[in-house]
Design a protein around this ligand. Sequence first.
Ligand code: FCB
Length: 452
Amino acid sequence: MIRSLIKQFNANFRWGVATAAYQIEGAVNEDGRGPSIWDTFSHSPGRTFNRDNGDVSCDHYHQFRQDIQLMAQLGIPGYRFSVSWPRIFPTGKGKVNSRGIDFYDRLVDTLLQANIHPLITLYHWDLPESLQEKGGWMNRDTAYYVRDYAQTLGEHLADRARNWITHNEPWVVSVAGHLQRCHAPGLKRLDKVRVVAHHLLLSHGLTVEAFRASGYGQIGITLNLHPVYSASDQEQDLEAQRLHDVFQNRWFLDPVIRGTYPVALDQILPPISDTEVKDGDLAIISQPLDFLGVNYYAPHKVFYDPAQLDKASLLIREDEPVTAMGWPINAHALTDLLVGIHQDYGPIPLLITENGAAYDDVLEAGQVHDTLRQQYLLSHWQAVRDALALGIPVEGYYLWSLLDNFEWALGYSKRFGIIYVDYLTQRRTIKDSGLLYRNLIQEFREYHQKSF
Ligand code: FCB
């Protein structure tokens, strides 16, 4: 099965795993790190499941050597991680905290010694709390602080780390964080949500510009994208499908790739003013990228619902297979998504920067038989293969996640790892899905050694 699967993947295809700083590092008060909005949010009553927080998490800050060793043991060639901004600038700007830089220096060096290539996300949601006090993403200045922070990281790491992602899922930051209140900073600001998104995108563009000028390597952005299907072919459901696609996907794809906001966004969200989108902003936002990062978990099937901003609600049938997140399992939709992006947005290389599944894993006699996760992963690798067979330029696949970790508002209740973490002892156990991934990568390597 695996053997026939890997033939479609060319020798340069990048296999990897992904994590994010606040979800795994712990050590929140160590070596001069400042607080982030996720510290504040997770320590506020009622915000996270079980009042869980990232104070200790997987203790990766101290265990990173062991974690890299585990990756090496599985033969994983690529590692996507994020940098905690408040470790580098404890208040978001000003004087660099060199002990924060040192940690990522050690991390990158240890990865390279293990022959694992780093892919660094600059912003995976942990805004320094001091910047939130100045308005956070509602304040345009934040975009310029991102550029300065990114530039600092580039100066220190780009001699060894050549692959960068500006943002992870700015849609989630905008909507979950500033409209739905379920992510930090926990606001409901319908009047500001487009400005927040615009500043996130502006910071992306400014960072790309700075990295290009300094020659820091390859750079892209990661979006959470969902292929949208209509629940029926009735006119109203089709309208819901169209608007939901704008809200969910095109709000971010269009400015990044085409340099425009979709006109239909005005039907969904209050308009943004000319003083907020300044002349030249969209040109900065839409500079050519080396790749588009795609996070894919599930499709959205929608029906018409006038109570929603985008006139759409998700339809999930009761008998439909779902993961522990309640997300429908549909690998074919990943192929549709990749084909659709390629058709609509042109030949930009695509990198799957997250894909994976949560299940209620059980550790028994030192093993985790996560059969359902294995099925999920295999079918999604096949879906990538199908896209490659259709000529879609997919360049890599990063599995979410290396370790079970702090799943944001859901705390430690959801396990996404291919490595099980016992949070009381910090003991790691490779799940069967980890062994499956090892086999896939091993077969891939052997196949390409033979074919060259
Ligand atoms: C994505 C996030 C990632 C993780 C997965 C399950 O939206 O980027 O940090 O929480 O979902």
